[in-house]
Ligand binder design. Structure first.
Ligand SMILES: [Zn+2]
Length: 143
């Protein structure tokens, strides 16, 4: 399960509206509370995909390292990632699964329909390695 406060939840949905019709992406920082990932802040990333930014996203590894380091300085870990699906459902794609490598992290997808954020869903990347990884639906608790 993913727990997120309303302002961070709104921030990731607003990000998707701002970048529409292109995908947005970013990182969820926080901490584990038992099995629950608790988001304590979010970091926006630039989508480095220029070939197909409408339906692909890519976070610059250097940007991710910087976000991770700055988070650690505040006592936060990377607990997940988010991106948007402009005019597509909030469901993961085969490409999303292929490009997901952080086991035990949440992958949050917001559908942005004609510029307005619609459904937001989260999926946990489970499995032991690349060959058996899969996404599992998980609930999102907004408080
Ligand atoms: Zn996607």
């Amino acid at each position: 399960m993913l727990k997120i406060n309303l302002s961070d939840y709104d921030a990731i949905r607003r990000h998707g509206e701002e970048t529409y019709p292109y995908e947005c992406c970013g990182v969820l920082l926080g901490e584990m509370d038992g099995d629950v990932r608790v988001v304590t802040s979010t970091a926006r990333c630039g989508n480095t995909r220029t070939d197909s930014a409408r339906n692909r996203y890519h976070i610059d590894p250097k940007e991710l390292v910087r976000i991770q380091r700055e988070g650690r300085e505040r006592g936060e870990d990377v607990v997940g990632f988010y991106h948007s699906h402009p005019d597509h459902p909030a469901q993961w794609s085969q490409t999303d699964l292929a490009e997901a490598h952080w086991f035990g992290c949440s992958y949050v997808i917001t559908s942005v329909a004609r510029g307005k954020a619609a459904a937001t869903n989260s999926f946990e990347l489970i499995g032991s390695d690349e060959s058996d990884k899969q996404f599992a639906d998980e609930s999102v608790g907004v408080e």
